[in-house]
Design a protein around this ligand. Sequence first.
Ligand code: GLA
Ligand code: ZN
Length: 661
Amino acid sequence: MATIPQALHLGAAYYPEHWPEDRWPEDFRLMHEAGFNVVRLGEFAWSTMQPEANTFRFGWLERAVDLLAAHGIVSVLGTPTAAPPAWLVQQHPDLMAVDELGRRVQFGNRCHYCVNSPEMHDATRRIVTAMAQRFGDNPHVIGWQLDNEYNRVCFCDRCQGAFQRFLREKYAALDALNEAWTTRYWSQTYSDWSQIPIPIGRHNPALLLNFQQFITHSYHRLQHLQIGLLREYVPDHIWITHNFMGWFPGYDHYKLAEELDLVSWDWYVGTGYHDYLNSGAVHDLTRGFKRQNFWLIETQPGHVNWSTVNNSLNKWEAQAMAWHAVAHGADAILYWQWRSALGGQEQYHGTLVDQSGQPRPFFREAQQIGKAFRKVSELLAGSTVPADVALLNDYASRWSIDWQPHHEDFDYVAHLTHYYRPLAARNASRAVVSADTPLDGYRLVIAPALLILDDGRAAALEQFVRQGGHLVLTIRTGMKDRHNALLPSRQPGPLRAGAGVEVEDYYALLEPISIEGDDRVGQSRQWAERLRILDEKSVQVWARYGRANGWLDHHPAVTAHPFGKGIVYYVGAYLDDESQQALLDRIMKAAGVEPILFTPPGVEACLRQRPDGVALYFLVNHAAAPATVSLPWPAHDRLQDRTVQGELQLEAYGVSVLTRV
Ligand code: GLA
Ligand code: ZN
């Protein structure tokens, strides 16, 4: 079992290979001065580690790791497989991926490999084994990162063959595949596995879904290979991670996270400023991949180089962001990157130390964060984020909707976030978890556009409600099976009895339409479902459509149905923001979900719970102006080390970590 360090870590990505060795001591001294205790290195250094097929050079990396340790800084090593070097690619040109148009990817960027290339797998075996042999027992290496931001999709013939074999293993008989995929439609019936294409553009929905699952499977294979190679030499207590990219849709993150000891992610704002009601959802998503704390292994020091306008974060904004991440379960923050390399593709990216080797103004902010981290690191050790509310996330449902949005503005993540924001605005404790996660412990479960609903999922949800849980079903919930075929029943499929309603029809909307609730008039945009009441006796209608397209007029739009000891809500509309807040407030009240604390807009309150039961309250002011929070109880402010009572003042982007006294 890997031991995940409990202390808070702060650091950066550092590339010793970019600099003469006699500069390192100065960099490490500055890191120490910033309060850093971790550095991530190695993840793109393949050509330096293995300059040619039979030459490995790790001395420089070992010296960097050791010198860092002498400055009190531990190392996370990245396997460099996201950057296969030129000599390797020259030896095996078809190690390179092929794009949708059949063109081989050009050398000179990164993630250019075909994930199923046997030559890539062989080369991975050699470099990862060599690294593991050299660093597996290095006491200063506390963890490993595999590759970097898996993302490439390859369309080469070999991938097509592998996809066909994947399908053969899954379906065993072609008849079964033809049946599940409705291939008689447009004469797609396959009489041989070799006829099945890799989908390009619009395609059979089942083929699309299976190809996406094949991508997950392909990265899973490469990841599994790397983990196995590392584990030959890396002791079990050392953790292995991969740096995911938040809502990136390319594969099923739950599947890839299973084998990792720790999940980490890379958070960039790009253009503009962070919106904590949205970014909280991404932290919670990442925490939900394994339902445990995570690392923010890359984040933006000031600005990026790849967006439309690479504006800098405001002064102290990164402070609020760092604590926001910690409050949502991050145990480490690493900036990307330490120093601007003189060449290479990312010359203009934000850093802590500039091209001249001197700290940028941002350095002082990071140092401040480092100081504060040290104050509460021990206090936070082992604490985790509890949740009353779970939002269910499902990649297959998301992909299916992405391929057939039916309304060009309909976006799965935006819709999920539309349910997340009202919870976040009220400081409800919440999580974003896989739709296949056990649901015990939650009071309220929301299944936003959980399109794919088989009997297993439905049974778990029904059981949750029978035992007293509150369940929100939304538009586009309960429509398809695991092959991406329509269920031969009305929405919400197997949950119709629980919901007490079914969907008679769904309508993509050109214009918003009005909705009349018990106490307010609002709107539905993009989408509306006409609900038919099945259980006349007990379904409560919370809102109806106003005059719309004739089909929807005066039909139920939002319902609540007592079922077992709980309630199932069906939200057939995509409500305007205010109505959505009012609806969620009413549901939270019914479900007994209380705010962690009441805060003014712009200030969030979060909770982490220590193993000994002590509750740690985080107040983060995400606004550029001071704010005041009224505390219901006297507290110990752990950062300022003082007792506070009544009104608590927070500076612009200010933070408090409180325990009750
Ligand atoms: C990604 C990569 C990093 C770096 C940053 C720049 O997250 O993982 O190597 O390129 O983007 O923002
Ligand atoms: Zn390929």
